[in-house]
Design a binder for this molecule. Structure first.
Ligand code: SAH
Length: 461
């Protein structure tokens, strides 16, 4: 880290701006926003600065820079277009230990300015360390859409009740839980919708509420998508950052896990095929026990929790025990892999329906409704299809699917290890034997797979 970002309290602190052009104007206005006492030194100043002088907001010393002008200021900004003057300013200021910014020379400055998103009391400062101000501004613009102006009101409201909440909840964990509830519930919703009055009333009620609602844990059953972290939903990310403990699957990538709250305990509960049933019960109980202890439990699953994810079973136990839960859908492997392989699952010419099935074997057998799968103009997506691939290929053909029906095998879709093989249902087993794809893999069967050659856009690593 080349710089330490700090937030400086400049209220009524003397700051000196040398220069009177557009840069000096911008900096002066920024200092004013931070309630500094600003003096501008320059023979000429912009109209905007003149207006501020007339309004009594800044002082103007109408002269060239002279060393005696620097005395006890908190900050000095050298914003003339003459590099030599800026350097001279810096030398004098340095002798007096006053931090200086040279607007044309970040490397020679004691401090640099950040690109600021002002939602006071929330302030976000972004810097590229002087390498690329455009990039910093671009990032700030993106944050602007993520952090709407109402955050300002939310910050004020939370600040107002900070002391009261601290008094009511002795432990940090309780306080955090209370605020998380505020942020994820009606209080935040009302503030965002511009109804601060109602929001404050609800906040007061929640604070006065002697019941143990704040202490009750909750389970978030969250779909993490197929692999690419950017395919997470905003809601998934928000809840991931509230978790006390995370139970995650084999399919959840490291990059995604890294987005969970830093302090959260991470527990791997990946399943082995053979002892599925036993383990599932164990997982159900783990979620229950931790929620009962008052924790916010994140159950993070690959793809969508309600698509071949046993999500229903996990929350069933919670519902029976009156534990609150939320379910967040994720992008399922079929959608993710299809998009990233350039294979539309439906298409006016090739497929009017799409069906998702699991190719998991039960006692060595594939037990599927074959006549439903073998239909014209339909895409069939097979999850967990690798182990039973030979049987699948054979049965589909026995039930009338043409041997040359095109199919695609997608390995680790949406990740940098994604690979797509095109084949036919007849030749799939041989292809898998030869290429030895690495799990997870998804099988897409149907005419739509032919579009891959033309529509593939995603380049893996
Ligand atoms: N709930 C998950 C599916 C769990 S079943 C979802 O909605 O996606 C596990 C199967 O999903 C794997 O055997 C594989 O067939 C498929 N799968 C999950 N992620 C995948 C990925 N990134 N690429 C290919 N297949 C994937």
């Amino acid at each position: 880290m080349d710089y330490l970002p700090i937030f400086l309290d400049l209220k009524q602190q003397h700051c000196l701006v040398i220069g009177g052009g557009s840069v000096a104007t911008r900096k002066s206005k920024l200092l004013l926003k931070a309630q500094a006492t600003v003096t501008v030194v320059s023979p000429e100043i912009t109209d905007a600065l003149k207006e501020l002088v007339q309004q009594g907001q800044i002082s103007w010393v109408q002269s060239l820079f002279s060393p005696t002008q620097i005395n006890d200021q908190r900050l000095v900004i050298a914003a003339t277009d003459d590099e030599k003057i800026n350097q001279a300013v810096h030398e004098v200021a340095q002798q007096k230990n006053i931090l200086t910014n040279l607007t044309d020379n970040p490397d020679g400055s004691d401090f640099i300015f950040a690109s600021v998103l002002d939602r006071s009391p929330i302030i976000v400062a972004v810097s590229s360390g002087g390498e690329s101000p455009v990039l910093a501004r671009n990032l700030r613009a993106r944050l602007e859409t993520l952090i709407p102006p109402a955050y300002s009101k939310l910050g004020e409201l939370m600040g107002k009740y900070r002391g009261a909440v601290k008094q009511k909840f002795g432990e940090l964990r309780q306080r955090r839980q209370f605020w998380d509830t505020v942020l994820s519930g009606p209080v935040a919703d009302h503030v965002m919708a511009g109804r601060e009055g109602i929001a404050e009333q609800i906040l007061q009620q929640q604070l006065a509420d002697e019941s143990e609602t704040v202490e009750t844990g909750e389970v978030f059953l969250v779909g993490a998508g197929p692999g690419d972290p950017e395919l997470l939903t905003f809601k998934a990310l928000r809840l991931m950052q509230q978790a006390d403990i995370v139970f995650y699957d084999r399919l959840v990538s490291k990059e995604i896990l890294a987005l969970a709250r830093k302090e959260a305990e991470l527990v791997y509960v990946g399943k082995q095929r053979a002892w599925h049933a036993v383990r599932q019960e164990e997982i159900n109980n783990l979620l229950l026990e931790h929620a009962k202890q008052g924790k916010r439990v994140l159950r993070l699953k690959g793809g969508d929790p309600f698509i071949f994810g046993r999500g229903g079973e996990e929350i069933d136990t919670l519902a029976e025990n009156n534990i609150p839960f939320q379910v967040v859908p994720g992008i399922t492997a079929a959608s993710g892999c299809a998009s990233y392989a350039g294979i539309p699952l439906t298409h006016r010419d090739y497929a009017q329906s799409c069906i998702f099935v699991t190719g998991q074997l039960k006692e060595g057998e594939l037990n599927l409704n074959w006549s439903v799968l073998v239909k014209p103009k339909q895409t069939v997506v097979v999850y967990m299809g690798l182990a039973g691939l030979s049987q699948l290929s054979q049965k589909l053909q026995e039930h009338g699917m043409p041997a040359d029906m095109p199919a695609a095998l997608v390995q680790q879709g949406t990740t940098e290890n994604q690979k797509v093989w095109l084949s036919t249902i007849d030749e799939l087993p041989e292809l898998a034997e030869r290429e030895k794809p690495i799990a997870p893999t998804l099988l897409i069967i149907g005419e739509v797979t032919k579009l891959h050659d033309k529509l593939a856009w995603f380049k893996s690593g």
